[in-house]
Design a protein around this ligand. Structure first.
Ligand SMILES: Nc1ncnc2c1ncn2[C@@H]1O[C@H](COP(=O)(O)OP(=O)(O)OP(=O)(O)O)[C@@H](O)[C@H]1O
Length: 341
């Protein structure tokens, strides 16, 4: 493990056994490997059932893995020493209705073993950070979901943890609440806090995360800096583009053109006849290009065959495009049934 690595997960496996006579099993994690370093906001992004919560539960020591290793700060995940250095915000934090924001923070501060002076100082700082400074004496039963979630963030930060773990931090919030929670996370990111967060909201991940692992079916499909993901056997650089091109070409030259453009074709069905006239046809074609040089080369090929480029529209790949492609390739969740070996 290199210096500065906060989360280190290697070949992690988790099989849930259940059903009648515990005969069916679900491979929730099938060899997950990832690392998150200090100062990163690391997102776990994946569809329902991808294994994100299972991974977080193993890191927090709530459940045990079935194989592989997981460590936090170089300490075994789930050990008391590792847990002391983590702040956790569950998907929906329950705070007793009689509390105010301030008394709730006092309660959580005491649970973390903080003294009265530290609790007062941290509460002042954190209420300010999460935008609840003027509302700290109101009962939390009057709080909106967004305010409760911001109080939850303050709670998770009371003991100044080295890692903050957030489980779907904006799930179930309205757009205003989402944006307010996001702003707090952005402030923490800009202050250099290390955060591991679990989400299935692409837009949110794109806005707040510096690094990302896309998960599906208990596996990591791609991971790395948000604009430059990589994965086993796949090229998912976000600098890649899809080109939509309409080409007018002499019918007799079509085969040659198809052969020459074949290496860049995104799908076999990407050739679409738009219109025929005399000996010429207008074709619509879709190409995947890794860089501008590929676009230029495609144009050169068309021109060398005396084809006319009628329209040319480059679409830079978004995270959504990458995510959808990877998840579709991965298929459905890793469930199987039958006798346990
Ligand atoms: N306690 C359990 N017993 C049996 N199967 C479980 C258990 N917990 C989770 N699973 C299964 O493990 C797989 C991964 O679930 P997990 O909750 O980790 O996914 P997730 O990515 O967090 O999904 P979501 O976004 O829906 O929370 C799913 O197929 C789920 O049904």
């Amino acid at each position: 493990m290199k210096d500065g690595t906060i989360v280190s997960v290697n070949g992690l496996q988790k099989t849930y056994r259940g059903g009648w006579l515990r005969s069916s099993h679900v491979h929730a994690l099938s060899g997950v490997t990832l690392n998150a370093d200090a100062g990163q906001v690391f997102g776990l992004l994946g569809p329902n059932g991808a294994g994100k919560t299972t991974l977080i539960k193993i890191l927090l020591g709530v459940i045990r893995s079935s194989g592989g290793t997981a460590s936090l700060f170089g300490l075994p995940a789930g050990s008391a020493a590792a847990r002391r250095r983590v702040g956790y915000l569950p998907e929906s934090l329950r705070v007793d209705r009689h509390h105010t924001a301030r008394t709730a923070l006092k309660y959580y501060g005491r649970l973390s073993g903080l003294d009265g002076t530290t609790i007062r100082r941290r509460s002042d700082e954190l209420l300010e950070l999460v935008g609840l400074a003027g509302r700290d004496r109101e009962p939390v039963r009057q709080f909106s979901k967004g305010m409760l979630q911001r109080l939850g963030l303050a709670q998770a930060l009371m003991h100044d943890p080295d890692l903050l773990v957030l489980d779907e931090p904006t799930d179930g919030l309205d757009p205003v609440g989402r944006s307010e929670v996001r702003q707090v996370i952005e402030r923490l990111r800009d202050a250099g806090k290390t955060i591991l967060m679990n989400s299935h909201i692409l837009h949110e991940v794109e806005l707040v995360c510096t690094h990302l692992a896309i998960m599906a079916k208990g596996r990591v499909l791609a991971s790395g800096p948000i604009n430059n993901l990589s994965g086993p056997g796949i090229e998912v650089s976000q600098s890649a583009m899809t080109i939509h091109m309409e080409i007018e070409l002499e019918r007799s030259k079509l085969e040659t053109l198809q052969e020459q453009l074949q290496p860049m074709m995104s799908t076999d069905s990407a050739w679409q006849l738009v219109r025929s006239k005399e000996s010429n046809d207008l074709w619509r074609v879709q190409l995947d290009c890794d860089e501008q040089a590929d676009v230029d080369a495609s144009v050169d090929v068309v021109r060398s065959l005396d084809g006319s480029i009628v329209t040319l529209q480059p679409h830079r790949h978004t995270l959504e495009h990458t995510f959808m492609r990877l998840v579709q390739q991965a298929g459905s969740p890793g469930r199987d049934a039958g006798p346990t070996p």
